[in-house]
Design a protein around this ligand. Sequence first.
Ligand code: FCB
Length: 476
Amino acid sequence: MNRRELLRSLGLSAGALALVPNDVLAQLVKTQAMQKSAFGKDFLWGVATAAYQIEGAHNIDGKGPNIWDKFSHTKGKIKHAQTGDVSCDFYHSYAADLDILKSLNMDVFRFSTSWSRILPEGTGQVNQKGIDFYHRVIDKCLENGIQPWPTLYHWDLPQALQDKGGWMNRDVINWFTEYSNLLTKTYGDKVKNWMVLNEPMAFSGLGYLLGYHAPGIRGIKHFAAAAHHTAMCQAEGGRIIRSNVKDANIGTTFSCSYIMPWKSEDRDHIAVKRWDAFINRFYIEPALGMGYPLADLPFLKKIEKFIQPGDMEKLKFDFDFIGVQNYTREVAKYMWYIPFMKGLEVPPKKRGVTEVTEMNWEVYPEGIYEIIKQFAAYKGVKKIIVTENGCAFPDFVMNDSVHDTNRVNFYQRYLEQVLRAKNDGVNLGGYFSWTLLDNFEWSEGYTPRFGLVHVDFETQKRTIKDSGLWFREFLK
Ligand code: FCB
């Protein structure tokens, strides 16, 4: 693409273009030149969502309460005391929202099923209205030519099960088995692509170690129990899908961030190694038959107490694909006095980094390239799909438009790095943006807006942002 073509595609005048610095211009030329076809014709494009974050309808049609219902109604847990009670009301607006998705030329709708909408008590009595809702969502996807990609668990454990200890109770393996069997037998005829868990480290770490997310529990012992049972369910879920769904394509997803040393001193590498083992390696390695990376996380030896004979074998599952979910990079600094991790991640501000999102996450596109390469280097990883990537920025609606230039820029630069990994030979099968609609961002409430589509939470009005329009054009 030359200057004139660029000018035309950006709608800039020659005068305005002359003001753009050369390095920025070079970047623009590169990203404008990026074509969908460069990713290959089988590459899948989609959006990712999660039940509790979008559905609302928290207590109707027989849905039981889950840990996020309880947590968000507990004083002091969520910014501005917001809850997911209504959120984007996807429960009622799913058809129109899936029409918007279709209009963006996407192939895939990644969503999760709410366990307590289907089994209000977590086990036992099935709620037919919940089952019917996901039939409607799946059918609407199929009618629109969109592939439905459900995730069995995206953080919303039925409260009835949390009351019995939740993920800390080994019985969760039986509860999860019952739930997964029900789902895959119910929808397996029309749904072939499944994911077991969404970001196990995020929900076990934030929910059972730090208490920042539901159910708000703290402590290494609690975490160790929850973590082992989670890893057991990760593999068990894979086996259940395999046995119930003919020709299934099975994956699970991981939160991951490339970790770099604060200064390249040997000491910082100690911190890098620990954080990497904890954040990136902890759940994938047991699935690959490598066990937990305890050599690099000595303090987690506590987990051994929860491992029963035969478990190490059961932790393995041969996933068809691995979902990589990346937003930023981390920079780790050695600090001898920090218990367990021997160091901390240095926040962007302290590093003098100013390009951050509303979540205060550094914009660092090369990080997605590095982490994809890191995961692809595992022998047992057959295929990678970027199952989440995106950014929150403050957005404003003006004349029915949202000019989220910073988000367009973010996607273009991250996609370039995804393409770079693909061109290096990584078997990359797709890219799903987080997310379709602005929604309830867990403990942060509604302030961070991640959507390609703006939601006015007072009126439920949807406005496709420029980033959504960019995808529509790009995927045309
Ligand atoms: C991921 C979660 C997702 C969303 C994004 C911003 O860690 O999987 O639900 O909150 O972060």
